[in-house]
Design a protein around this ligand. Sequence first.
Ligand code: PMP
Length: 451
Amino acid sequence: MNTNAIYRKLAEKDKKFLWHPFTQMQDYVAAAPIIIERGEGIKLQDVQGRSYYDGVSSIWLNVHGHCVPDIDRAIIEQLGRIAHSTLLGLSSVPAIHLAEKLVSIAPDGLCKVFYSDSGSEAVEIGIKIAYQYWQLKGEPSRSSFIAMTNAYHGDTIGATSVGGIDLFHETYHDLMFAVHRVPYPHAYRYDGTIEQCTNHCLNRLRMLLDMKQREIAGLIVEPMVQGAAGMIMMPPGFMAQLRSICDEHNILLLADEVATGVGRTGRWFACDHDGISPDIMMMAKGLTGGYLPLAATLTTEDVYNAFLGDYSERKTFFHGHSYTGNQLGCAAALANLKLIEDTRLVESVSEKSQLLHDLLEPLRDHPNVGDIRKLGMMTGIELVRDKAGKEAFDWDEKIGIQVCIRSTELGMILRPLGNVIIFMPPLASTVADLTAMTKILQQAIGDVLPS
Ligand code: PMP
């Protein structure tokens, strides 16, 4: 069979059997799917031999590119020993080594590692630990959470409950637990200065805590960048303020580093920008370099100790998944973290971030580019109908989708969030890669929205 015949067969079966995530299947089946067969470096190749830059790091997780010899080797070596054994009351060699490594790179004070398989689960676990913590501490009234406007923490019901994006979460309203909501600083959409925006958000949090402090278990936040909200960036110092407010009111700070962690923002963790440590931290995505589903929830000694007690006291954290701490995943993560250190990747993201800034700068002159938000290798370009009035394009116009379709035609996979074009290249993208990718990005926007 030639490649076109192979493609046609696969496309037919894809449409017949698969249901794709976050995808309107009616549109999907009406179009010709792209079917990826291989990866090489930061490029993906489809079954017809066309190659594309992986402009969103295969949904925000790829680190060194695809088919990385060191990670491949680590997985194969681990496979020669064992693929998986449970962590329920039993341990494993790579799970131990990885936990030690994670504690060494995590913000100070985070010293216990609880594994799971996805960012959503890591968040569920963080929420359940925080909730049970206060029961164990003898303060069961502290049972609710504060979450931020436009937050995204995953798609399971607990993670959905703390999520604040109506499009994704509203449908499930009756299934979710109620949370208190405070504003995330969104300078572009705030009518005032950054300082006013910051004060407004922090004051709302303080007011809420003054009234409800004894009911609150913790505050959950995406540090520095709200990814799924459209790459909304916190001003420097904001996380530090959140940390002190949580301390003043004796509530736990839960940092969701699922998207921002493992070097993505130019520091190991986004919390490092402000030099703060949360009480509970979730990580996933980049942990295995984009190879295998593995996540972790880290806690302080204080949180962990609350769960210790005599067997009869039933203080155990009754939570765990079949594949928790999967040995292949842990081996991949160890190889990924070693390679990050060996190549000084976190520092290089920070350096390349300035270059990326310069490469994207010409886009600011485009009449429909309202805002460019950037930190490390996380970028959001917000397209607007009218620059001065910041008027959004209508949902039905599918502007973001159109730009991403055009970009795919030009050789780069992108995925929008509404009118925001997300550009999240693998951390190891070179200067030449970034130059080529931003050229495509610029052309795709220009072709859909000629100035
Ligand atoms: N938290 C944040 C901040 C995320 O960006 C995501 C995924 N985009 C999640 C949690 C959920 O992670 P997963 O898709 O691995 O469940």
